[in-house]
Design a protein around this ligand. Structure first.
Ligand code: BES
Ligand code: ZN
Ligand code: ZN
Length: 471
């Protein structure tokens, strides 16, 4: 899809159809208000009305806010892709709204067709946005940035949606290497021999029964005169069968998305390098497959992690934290960062706590969490804070090792998982660290907002906003 910003007046732009966003209060004054009302259009959010003879498509918006425009643009693009119109034009004169409009079009129009033998081809090829009376240059900067962020979100969606047969730890590493090459990034890959030399026995245990070799991926972006350094760590479980604590058949379906944290940090890296941000960024991904077999790690095992902390395995399905324990320890030793964030589809409990749409954030710094709330608001993502406390922490006590990989009580599972990770955060990094549980927000089987079936690219937009605003 070709999407362009134009200096031309909307009336001078050539297109098959004109798309307009109309609210209830603007309907009366609209040129076609009478006809639209006759057709039953009331200006309600996300409702559509085609006036084919007038060459007009209107989409209802409750008010002119980013979230409403993003959602409406997403509904409109789906309808246009199902029609036979080849080109559409739309007016946008606001630098704040243009990013939401672009996101609605690019994210709402996303389809994953890799495994369809005969994918449907939309007639729609071109979207032209007229900047009207507004200053073209300032609109253009916001437009260009929004395109980069939206495309990177779809890049993340594409790799999360790939099946585990195609995207396994070695092919994940290959893909990261390719991104490093195109975007001029540093790239270091550790295979099992190197992981063993690093004493990463917690991560290695998880991947032992897989026929694919576990990989630690480290990408780096080092601009001259970087203002700050940030490490982004991702859980990259290319498949989570649960291991010997095997998942039930229905819960196993969709577990190709357990690599969404790893895919999201790659998307963030793509944004930072393409926007040429003056922030040094390090991405660390633990790419592992959790399988069953004679060589599988077991409940009752005790693992010696890279940090020396011993871990009693009581459930092999709580594997993400075992991988992250070692990757977080490695990342902290490798890079002295100003911020340390990890992203993981870590717990079903996070969905119970916050619902399917909201990312859970955990950490010790209220100020940092507050900044993230702002970035979430700016980008249209949903986040909720889950608070740590001493009582939940005690539930991770093990009788035979330093810590257990599961809590002894069934409540507060997202927080106890966060507290498990906290055990591997060095004292000097406590205030710099945030944990993002994207178990609910990373993937959906029922479309919502600008997300269709499958991966959503959760956290890419939000962290892109955070990175852009680092002072
Ligand atoms: N990958 C899952 C978490 C998950 C569940 C993500 C559903 C997305 C949707 C994780 O590895 C897991 O299985 N966690 C367990 C932890 C439990 C055994 C303590 C869970 O949430 O049930
Ligand atoms: Zn699991
Ligand atoms: Zn998992």
């Amino acid at each position: 899809m070709n999407i362009k910003l134009s200096k031309k007046n909307i009336n001078e732009l050539d297109a098959d159809i004109f798309l307009a966003f109309v609210s209830e209060k603007d309907l009366k004054a609209h040129e076609q208000g009478k006809l639209l009302t006759q057709a039953g259009f009331k200006g309600e959010q996300d409702t559509l009305c085609f006036l084919h003879e007038q060459g007009l498509l209107v989409c209802g918006v409750e008010s002119e806010t980013k979230d409403e425009l993003r959602s409406a643009a997403s509904v409109a693009i789906k309808a246009l892709k199902a029609s036979n119109y080849k080109s559409v034009k739309v007016l946008c004169e606001s630098t704040t709204l243009i990013s939401a409009l672009v996101e609605g079009f690019v994210l709402g129009g996303y389809e994953y067709t890799k495994y369809k033998s005969q994918p449907k081809k939309a007639a729609l090829k071109k979207i032209s946005i007229s900047c009207g009376e507004a200053d073209f240059a300032s609109l253009e900067a916001a437009f260009d940035a929004a395109i980069i962020v939206a495309n990177a979100t779809n890049f993340t969606r594409d790799i999360v949606n790939e099946i585990p047969e195609d995207l396994n730890p070695p092919s994940f590493a290959k893909l990261a290497k390719e991104l490093a090459k195109t975007n001029n990034l540093g790239c270091e890959i550790l295979g099992e021999k190197e992981l063993d030399a690093q004493n990463m026995h917690s991560m290695l245990a998880v991947g032992r029964a897989s026929r694919h070799e576990s990989q630690l991926i480290h990408l780096s972006y080092k601009p001259k005169n970087a203002k700050k350094i940030i490490s982004l760590v991702g859980k990259g479980l290319t498949y989570d069968s649960g291991g010997l604590s095997l998942k039930a058949a229905t819960s196993m379906v969709t577990m190709k998305m357990d690599k969404a944290g790893g895919c999201a940090v790659l998307g963030m890296m793509k944004v930072a390098s393409e926007l040429k941000l003056d922030i040094e960024i390090h991405v660390f991904i633990g790419a592992v497959e959790n399988m069953i077999g004679g060589d599988a790690y077991k409940p009752d095992d005790v693992l010696v992690s890279r940090s020396g902390t011993t871990i009693e395995v009581r459930n092999t399905d709580a594997e993400g934290r075992l991988v992250l324990a070692d990757v977080l320890d490695y990342a902290q030793e490798k890079v002295k960062a100003d911020y340390l964030f990890d992203f993981a589809t870590l717990t079903g409990a996070c969905m119970v706590a916050l619902g399917q749409y909201t990312t859970g954030i955990m950490g010790h710094s209220s100020a940092l969490k507050h900044t993230i709330f702002e970035s979430a608001n700016n980008s249209g993502e949903l986040v909720g804070s889950l608070p740590f406390n001493q009582h939940l922490k005690k539930l991770l006590k093990s009788e035979i090792a330093d810590i257990s990989n599961t809590s002894s009580k069934p409540y507060g599972g997202a927080i106890t998982a966060g507290l498990f990770l906290d055990k591997f955060i060095k004292e000097e990094n406590k205030e710099k660290w945030l944990h993002f549980d994207i178990a609910g927000s990373a993937y959906t089987e029922t479309p919502w907002d600008c997300n269709g079936y499958g991966a959503t690219g959760a956290a890419v937009r939000m962290i892109s906003d955070f990175l852009k605003n680092i002072k």
